[in-house]
Design a protein around this ligand. Structure first.
Ligand SMILES: C[S@@+](CC[C@H](N)C(=O)[O-])C[C@H]1O[C@@H](n2cnc3c(N)ncnc32)[C@H](O)[C@@H]1O
Length: 164
């Protein structure tokens, strides 16, 4: 099945036992996803997801956007990451009960940030008018023109259960 996470339940034949969403809810509308999950799960069904929930805007990304701005390419602001309270509230409203919510800190090396920024989807929102080849060129420039730093990012890992 290929469907938007905000409406994937409409494509299901019946209730499901488990929904998993890894490292992706930051790019979605969390309240709409929680509500689709609430509709998709049968009673007692479980939803597991993880997401970074502190500012993950890397030095490298900031520098790419600054270079794009200097070239008149009109970069957009990154979308704010969903906050823990916002995520947990969306689950409750959707009829899901949090079974476990665990936090961890992950150090993202500058190399892993660069690898992430090489994915076409990772900069399509903040550099909407810049073709992919040009975004890669900006990334190379940002990488060589400075000494960007890695960062520690806080992640939350949540397991929730659909109330009977
Ligand atoms: C950082 S990747 C994570 C991919 C994979 N889950 C993993 O853990 O490696 C985020 C993924 O979310 C997908 N995505 C973003 N917005 C979406 C939406 N509204 N509905 C469905 N998928 C979406 C993107 O296409 C991308 O594949």
């Amino acid at each position: 099945m290929c469907a938007s996470a905000e409406r994937f339940d409409a494509a299901l034949a019946g209730p499901v036992d488990v929904v998993v969403c890894s490292a992706a809810i930051w790019a979605m509308e969390p309240a709409a996803v929680a509500s689709a999950v609430g509709r998709a799960l049968g009673p007692g069904g479980r939803f597991g997801f993880n997401v970074a929930h502190t500012d993950a805007t890397s030095d490298l990304h900031r520098r790419m956007r600054a270079l794009a701005g200097a070239a008149g390419l009109q970069p957009a602001e990154p979308r704010p990451l969903p906050r823990r309270a916002e995520l947990l509230a969306a689950l409750t409203i959707a009829g899901l009960e949090v079974v476990r919510a665990v936090e961890s800190e992950v150090f993202e090396s500058v190399e892993s940030q660069r690898d992430f920024l090489r994915l076409p989807g990772s900069t399509s929102r903040t550099l909407p008018r810049v073709p992919y080849a040009e975004r890669l060129r900006l990334l190379d420039l940002a990488w060589t023109a400075s000494a960007p730093a890695g960062a520690t990012v806080r992640w939350i890992h949540v397991l929730a259960e659909r109330r009977p």
